[in-house]
Design a protein around this ligand. Structure first.
Ligand SMILES: [Mg+2]
Length: 368
């Protein structure tokens, strides 16, 4: 089997409401779709959701880089994923989002060739997977509480709160949500690098009675040493997100004792191939992983959900980006349960099970 054609498209879908975090605001998906076709007729789909202020790429750069990677793939064996990802990861550093789109399209083809759903192709079996839902940075505590009411009303059992306000301003927001939610709902806080060391210590100590799951990326992306100091200093698990892109970052963080949990995002790791390595390093160190997202549609979220289902060490799920899409460009793939908030359903269709509705895509460029 060889890769006979690669199509690259752009795809834009607005969110119902913008998501504000300390370092930027997401208004919706400005993504890139990759369709890989083989001479045997098998087709694999992938999606990039670039994020300039975290990953350092944009829809424009992903669209351009995708065209170069497409030319690299023509005529090659799609099942030799190790070789293909070595070429892709060796061709360009950064641009992780578009590398992940090629990666998930290759895994889609390989699982389809094996006639298996992707989680099974990865050696996994069915297990329940359930995502949290995120509350962005709201201006007032009242607005935070209103957002939490909607989430709880939709039956979610886990809330992720974006924090990172100056001083101790975040505490009142988190306290109000804990009081509303009661003791049993899981709450985690994600500062997106918004605190410095003393502010992080003060906030985490002040939030100690609120029974949180963990503090995600409290400090700047580069500040591994203070992350290790913080972990020694406070009584709450620390989860690294922006500080861990790939397996090398994972190893470094674990050696430094800088994180209890690692947040894998396919758009940071460059896909499943490196995501599996991060999870293996974490598991060997007794460190659970979470899987997160940027502004992916249900297509890239399907690949992420299969990855999570296949690896129980991926313990926390934050795969909520498509929950508020105003239109749904995806056929098949993962779905959110309509009653049990956050419960994710996967079918046993071969591959990751999702394809794009090509009428929803734009700016197609074809290589063959
Ligand atoms: Mg995060």
């Amino acid at each position: 089997m060889i890769i006979s054609q690669v199509d690259i498209y752009t795809i834009d879908v607005p969110f119902g409401q913008p998501l504000k975090v300390t370092i930027g605001t997401m208004y919706g998906a400005e993504n890139v779709a990759v369709k890989i076709t083989t001479d045997s007729g098998l087709v694999g789909w992938g999606e990039a959701s670039p994020c300039a202020y975290i990953v350092g790429d944009t829809q424009q750069t992903n669209y351009q880089t995708g065209q170069q990677l497409a030319q690299l793939m023509i005529g090659k064996d799609p099942l030799a994923i190790e070789a293909r990802m070595t070429e892709i990861n060796g061709y360009i550093v950064r641009e992780a989002s578009i590398r992940s789109a090629f990666d998930m399209a290759l895994y889609d083809i390989a699982a389809k060739a094996a006639n298996m759903p992707l989680y099974q192709f990865l050696g996994g079996e069915r297990r329940e997977i359930r995502t949290d839902l995120t509350i962005g940075m709201q201006a007032t505590v009242e607005q935070t509480v209103e957002a939490a009411k909607v989430i709880l009303g939709n039956g979610f059992d886990a809330i992720k709160m974006k924090v990172g306000r100056p001083g101790l301003e975040d505490v009142a927001h988190v306290k109000a949500v804990r009081e509303l939610a009661g003791p049993d709902v899981h709450i985690k806080v994600d500062s997106n690098q918004g605190w410095d060391f003393p502010t992080a210590v003060a906030n985490i100590n002040a939030m100690a009675p609120l029974n949180l799951q963990y503090s995600e990326q409290p400090l700047a992306v580069w500040d591994f040493d203070n992350l290790a100091r913080l972990r020694d200093k406070v009584n709450l698990p620390i989860c690294a997100d922006e500080s861990v892109f790939d397996d090398k970052d994972a190893l470094k963080l674990i050696k430094l004792g800088a994180a209890d949990y690692l947040n894998i995002k396919l758009g940071k790791s460059g896909g499943i191939h490196t995501g599996l390595k991060i999870n293996a390093i974490a598991e060997a160190a007794g460190c659970k992983c979470m899987i997160g997202c940027f502004a992916e549609s249900r297509l890239a979220l399907s690949a992420a959900a299969h990855f999570a289902m296949a690896r129980p060490n991926v313990y926390f799920l934050d795969l909520d980006s498509a929950y508020e899409f105003v239109t749904d460009p995806v056929i098949g793939g993962m779905t959110y349960d309509e009653k049990i908030g956050g419960l994710i359903h996967l079918t046993d269709a071969p591959g990751h099970g999702a394809a794009f509705d090509e009428d929803a895509l734009k700016n197609r460029v074809t290589f063959n």
